[in-house]
Design a protein around this ligand. Structure first.
Ligand code: FES
Length: 345
């Protein structure tokens, strides 16, 4: 009995599971030393162990193994049993109770039940039940069916997928449209400004080109002009009415003891300003720097370096005095003695 307990149920199960693959030689040889010892203790059974364990004795380990390997329906020990326990009955709940039962007849029955359940499990290819003390408590607990487990666990509510807001797309579209409109306006305005500037530049260029091609022509007065008869210029008279149009004073004055009619140029010999005739003072006064000239044109004050100049004058064929501005006479050069520079009054 002690030798039989040496082989644990786990070993028996392992041997039974491996039995289908084992060779014939494995059947002859003992599976484990424990089995060998159990076989020695067990009374020698006839060769067809599966057929003749009907003697009512407990099947040996070898018999169990042989039956498991051969796939026989029922072990010989179960055949005469009064209570026909189905072999397929789940043995998972039994082994723990069998282990807890007192040693005796009940224990024997439990052992037989364990063997049947082990065999059934081995045939079914599933683990029959607790095979060790560590597995027993776990097997004793009623296993929860997976369906019940799933039912016990409340399903996590899946929130509904939020609907895509319909207003988002139009808003984006509107923003895009606004951007496009702004860009088009901006580009349009920039282009308009550019084209306007280009047009203005082109117009100015055309005007400049036209002015270059057709320059202003100064309508200068003719260099020769008639101022009237000698009688129109009495002695000591300074005629200023030709200053604006011709830039000439026609004077009936005395120069070096000779009464003459001469034409004085209205340009200051300092820097070119136009002096004024001051009738009260009987002098020409330059407003720019204060140069002063006598009636005959000789400078006497101010920065003017030299006398005024004279134009040529003569009596034309019609008896009128004619001034010719193409010819000028300077006193410092002695040119006022030229008869072309004056007319005897
Ligand atoms: Fe006549 Fe200077 S320009 S005084």
């Amino acid at each position: 009995m002690t030798d039989k307990k040496k082989m644990s149920v786990a070993e028996i199960l392992a041997a039974a599971r491996a039995g289908s693959k084992a060779s014939a030689a494995d059947e002859q040889a003992p599976v484990a030393p424990a089995e060998a010892a159990a076989a020695e203790d067990t009374p020698p059974a006839p060769k067809p162990a599966a057929a003749k364990p009907a003697a009512g004795g407990r099947p040996s380990v070898q018999d169990i193994l042989a039956m498991a390997r051969s796939g026989q329906a029922k072990p010989a020990a179960e055949a005469p049993a009064a209570k026909p326990k189905p072999a397929a009955k789940p043995a998972a709940a039994k082994p723990a109770a069998a282990k807890a039962a007192p040693v005796g007849q009940g224990a024997k029955k439990n052992v037989q039940r364990d063997t049947a359940s082990i065999l059934a499990a081995a045939r079914a290819g599933a683990k029959p039940g607790p095979v060790s003390k560590a597995e027993a408590p776990a097997a004793a607990r009623p296993a929860k069916p997976p369906a019940a487990k799933a039912a016990a666990k409340p399903a996590r509510p899946v929130p509904p997928r939020p609907m895509r807001p319909q207003a988002t797309v139009p808003a984006k579209k509107a923003v895009t449209e606004e951007r496009r409109t702004f860009l088009s306006y901006a580009l349009g305005s920039f282009m308009a400004v550019g084209f306007t500037a280009l047009s203005v530049t082109g117009g100015l260029f055309s005007l400049g080109l036209a002015r270059f091609l057709f320059p202003n022509v100064l309508a200068e007065p003719p260099s020769r002009f008639k101022v009237g008869s000698k009688e129109g210029f009495p002695s000591g008279k300074v005629e200023t009415k030709f200053v604006a149009q011709y830039g000439v004073w026609v004077v009936n004055g005395e120069f070096e003891g000779v009464q003459q009619i001469y034409a004085l140029k209205t340009v200051c010999t300092h820097l070119g300003c136009t002096p004024n005739w001051l009738e009260a003072e009987q002098k020409f006064k330059c407003p720019c720097h204060g140069s002063g000239f006598y009636k005959d044109g000789i400078n006497f004050e101010g920065p003017a370096p030299r006398p005024l100049e004279r134009y040529a004058i003569r009596i034309a064929d019609d008896g009128q005095l004619e001034v010719d501005k193409s010819k000028a006479f300077q006193e410092e050069l002695g040119q006022w003695n030229d008869p072309e520079s004056y007319v005897t009054a």
